[in-house]
Structures are given as C-alpha cells and as structure tokens.
Design a protein around this ligand. Structure first.
Ligand SMILES: [Mn+2]
Length: 264
C-alpha cells in the first residue's frame, strides 16, 4: 500500500464490530466518517460484527418484507461511500467480516487490503494486520480460520439462503462466546499476538512497527531491537467512558491515539 505524496495524516481503526442492535456505535462511526480530516482511512478488520455476504447490499427483491439487517448494512455502505468519495478508505477483513468481497468494495468505493500488508510512507514502513492469524496459541480458532478461508467453504456457505447463513453465523458466534467464557472461568489468559512471529514478519518486510487490532487490548509493546507492536482499541459507544479511539499517523512516523469525537 503505497502512500500518496500529499498525505499528511492517516487514521487507523479496527474492531468496530458494527451491528444493527448497536445503533450508537454505528452512529458514532458515521459521524467519524463524515468528519475525519485524514487523507486516508484504514480499517484493520472487524468493521462488522458479522458479514454473511455482499448480497446484503443488493436491492431487496420486489415484494420482499422489509429486512432491518439489510437496511442497516446499506446505511453503513452509504456512509462508507460518502467517505471514500472524499479520500481513499481501505478495509482489511477480520475474523468476523472475512466474507467482505468485491461486491462490498464496489458498493462502498473502499479498497480491500490483504492481511498482512505494508503501508509504505516516505521514510516509514508500517506492517498492518488484523492480528488473528498471529495469535498462535489460539489453536482451535486457527483450525477454524484455515477452514473458513478456503474458497470451497466460502462458496458453499454463500450458496445457502440468507436465513440459513444468518443461523450458522449466530451458531458460530455463540460457540466463540462460550469459548471466551470458558477461558475466563478457567482463569486462562486470552491468546495474544506471538512476539517471535511479529518480529519475524517485521524483519522480513523491513518494517519497524506492527499495527493490529483483534485482541481489544490497546497498548504499545516493545519487541526489542527497536521493533514495536501497537494494538488498536475496539469501539463501543455504549461503554462508560465510550471507546471510540483512532490512531493517527503523520508523515514523520509519529502515532497519536485520539478519542473520537475530539474533546471540545
Ligand atoms: Mn477480530
């Protein structure tokens, strides 16, 4: 991902987990898209709590009953389209919205990013990832991930009717919530991005800093030899205080975490 010469500020967010039952976070993101002054916006995965196919953005068949899920998806797409009309918006797939595809990109004007990818900006190279693939201790999840990233699995899933896909997605989410609760109950630590793996990728790509989301544990970790790992926060407008934080990078290679909306 080569930066354009005129870029002064790039903003990164991740793990917004937008969903129709959380209108406050959706509205906060719409407000952010409409008011950000950045020259490029990057969403590093899990923009949506769940994405079961780009046909969410197709016009409803004639005579179909109103579908609030689709109406909400189309509202999000419109906000992204307005933002991408003014500057590039890049979206990486996360573990929740890994089915974002060409239809989404076309409807929103967003560019889908590979995971990982390198933002090449002047003297600085940033390694960007959602982060889930490098949580090496999360072996159950990695097996699941390998399965659902197969083209054949995705084709079979997308061939199912909308309600069947929705039901399966709900099932998968419940299973994942159960696993989380179990981990908590057993007092085990949640998987985190593997430090050796992060260092390897940083060296191989000639980057100094990895920026990722997924773990919802915002921090700046030193990895030795000047290498770093910056973790983005998730978003939740209903939390107290609200978690609506962005990471702003400037052309000098500095990063600033900024609450959104900016304090008056
Ligand atoms: Mn995630």
């Amino acid at each position: 991902l080569p930066a354009a010469a005129h870029w002064r500020q790039v903003e990164l967010v991740s793990d917004l987990h937008l969903q129709p039952i959380d209108p406050a976070t959706t509205a906060a993101f719409e407000h952010y898209l409409a008011h950000s002054q950045a020259d490029a916006l990057l969403v590093l995965g899990d923009l949506f709590e769940v994405w079961i196919g780009d046909d969410a953005l197709d016009p409803a068949p004639e005579g179909a009953p109103p579908d609030p899920d689709r109406a909400w998806a189309q509202r999000c797409a419109l906000a992204l389209r307005r933002a991408s009309d003014r500057r590039p918006v890049y979206v990486m797939r996360g573990n929740r919205d890994f089915l974002l595809g060409a239809g989404f990109a076309q409807a929103t004007g967003c560019t889908l990013l590979d995971d990982p990818c390198v933002l090449d900006w002047g003297a600085h190279r940033w390694l960007l990832s959602h982060g889930d693939a490098w949580c090496l201790d999360d072996t159950d999840y990695l097996a699941f991930r390998a399965q659902v990233r197969q083209a054949s699995w995705q084709a079979a899933f997308l061939a199912q009717a909308w309600p069947a896909r929705m039901a399966l997605a709900r099932q998968l989410r419940e299973r994942s919530e159960q696993r989380k609760a179990q981990t908590l109950a057993q007092g085990e630590a949640f998987a985190d991005v593997d430090a050796a793996c992060a260092r390897d990728w940083l060296r191989q790509t000639g980057c100094q800093t990895l920026i990722h989301g997924h773990t919802h544990r915002p921090a700046e970790h030193a990895l030795g030899d000047g290498l770093q790992r910056w973790v983005l926060s998730d978003w939740d407008a209903n939390a107290c205080p609200p978690r609506l934080s962005i990471l702003r990078l400037d052309a000098n290679g500095q990063g600033h975490r900024t609450p959104w909306p900016p304090c008056a």
